[in-house]
Design a protein around this ligand. Structure first.
Ligand code: SF4
Length: 495
């Protein structure tokens, strides 16, 4: 009989529980990390240690290796599986390795862009987080191995496009196969309440863990500047922590533990499935936070009013007025007309026949691709990926995103600016604004599959009409079971 997965069991039973984040940074040894995790598991209510990968964009230990060592000690790991530096084969091999080790829990995330990396999205990101969830789900269906998939969501976004898109993307992740979600960190109970309301109103029953980060002053100052990407602490919170540090003899430790306990109490009151505690590896302090939260639980509503650290004038999905839709631009209207998916049925056969003829001549096909690029490159930033999804992204090319995301913004957006190139607007702001102008926001929930990389440099019109490209109604298969089988055999051989 398969071993019981405590996370699945607790979430199925609706029991409020805890997961503790284990930062597998390079400065800590593997033995120390496993000892730390062993300490967490002695704390009542803690289900698992969640082992990071590329936390904050810095390389560290292999989380699968740490997870395996934890599991050997009887501790449940939740492995962070990022898309950073992994192609589909590599991800398939990682899943096969997890299957062989009997590790079910994976946290599927895009991952921060590696600090100081000179590499490009082309070499660093093959999939985005929604495609990764889809991949794991397909692997689960094909192998029967019960991967239990968590995904990230950040309600702590304070502009309309960033905020609305985070929620749209969560819906995509759930539709792709996510079992539960974990929020990014933030200190605003109004945003936590907003997420719950968004999900409740849409009948989304997927459990959510709320992030509780034990926040020291140094980290608060960094979060205030949006570092690491996706983390946020308001000016008021930084000032509050500074005051706590100045007024205490313990550098503000008691105050930050109290704040963490309050957040747990609030999350429990709001109906979160559990709390995901990070920022402290000390098991005694984790125990204190949990016990103290139980004392504070009856007055969670009052605490929620106290804990509303947000930027001035920040956007709230249900409270703030939504911006007026802009007018559709001339180019967008033209693009709508020439978009292959909008071709009238009577013309489809003629165009397909003509493109089939062109395709027979490599020189003619190359010439068509050059003409296509000459128009699409300056207008849309096209990079000739050969799998055109401009029509699904309001004519913003996904290849202009520094992570090549196709299903919505990563968690690193900061007031509409890009995580990787902060002086540049996140491309998804424009996608959202244009979708709003065209009354197509709901269509942004369409899952866009990974591209077929072998089509790079070829005509997307030929690929579309001859059904070669990867798009929603014609996705390239993500996984072949042979990948897993080969990886498993290799692992057995290497033992
Ligand atoms: S453009 Fe947006 S989604 Fe792409 S890397 Fe930058 S912040 Fe992330």
């Amino acid at each position: 009989m398969a071993a019981i997965n405590p996370i699945r069991e607790a979430l199925t039973a609706g029991r409020f529980s805890y997961m503790v984040e284990l930062v597998a940074g390079a400065k800590t040894t593997e033995e120390q990390l496993v000892e730390t995790a062993a300490g967490f598991m002695q704390v009542p209510g803690v289900l698992a240690g969640s082992v990071t990968s590329f936390a904050g964009g810095s390389a560290g230990h292999d989380p699968i290796r740490i997870g395996a060592a934890m599991q050997a000690r009887g501790l449940t790991p939740n492995i962070h599986l990022t898309c950073v530096g992994r192609d589909r084969l590599n991800i398939g091999n990682a899943l096969a390795e997890l299957q062989t080790l009997g590790i079910e829990n994976v946290f599927a995330i895009t991952g921060d862009f590696p600090k100081g990396s000179k590499e490009t999205a082309e070499t660093l990101y093959d999939l985005d987080s929604v495609q990764l969830v889809e991949f794991i789900k397909e692997f689960r269906e094909q192998t029967g191995f019960p991967f239990y998939i968590s995904v990230a969501v950040s309600p702590f976004k304070y502009t309309e496009p960033d905020c609305a898109y985070q929620y749209l993307k969560l819906e995509k992740k759930i539709a792709a196969g996510a079992d539960y979600a974990i929020t990014q960190l933030g200190y605003d109970s109004r945003k936590m309440r907003e997420l719950r309301r968004y999900m409740d109103e849409r009948g989304l029953r997927t459990p959510v863990f709320g992030n509780v980060y034990v926040l020291p002053l140094g980290a608060a100052k960094k979060f205030n500047k949006g570092e690491p990407p996706g983390c946020f602490a308001s000016n008021e919170l930084v000032a509050q922590i500074q005051a706590e540090v100045d007024a205490s003899t313990d550098k503000g430790m008691a105050a930050r533990l109290e704040r963490a306990a309050k957040m747990v109490a609030i999350q429990r009151g709001l109906g979160f499935a559990g709390s995901y505690i990070g920022g402290d590896h000390n098991a005694d302090r984790i125990r204190w936070i949990i016990e103290r939260s139980e004392v504070l639980a009856p007055k969670w509503e009052e605490l929620a009013e106290e804990l509303e650290y947000a930027p001035k004038g920040g956007f709230y999905f249900f409270e703030s007025p939504k911006s007026e839709p802009q007018k559709q631009t001339f180019w967008n209207r033209v693009a709508d007309i020439i978009e292959p998916a909008n071709t009238p049925p009577v013309l489809k056969g003629v165009i397909t026949g003509t493109l089939r003829l062109i395709d027979k001549s490599p020189a003619a096909a190359r010439a068509l691709e050059s003409v296509e690029l000459a128009f699409k490159q300056p207008v849309f930033g096209c990079q000739a990926c050969g799998n055109c999804v401009l029509g699904l992204m309001e004519y913003v090319c996904p290849m202009t995103c520094p992570k090549n995301m196709r299903n919505g913004p990563c968690g690193g957006t900061f007031n509409g600016q890009c995580e990787v190139i902060p002086e540049q607007k996140c491309i998804w702001v424009e996608v959202y604004n244009r979708a709003k102008a065209a009354h197509r926001v709901d269509e942004l929930k369409t899952y866009i599959p990974q591209r077929d990389r072998s089509l790079k440099g070829t005509s997307s019109y030929i690929n579309y009409f001859l059904d070669r490209d990867s798009r929603p109604e014609h996705p390239q298969p993500l996984i072949q079971i042979t990948i897993a089988t080969q990886a498993e055999e290799q692992l057995v051989k290497s033992k």
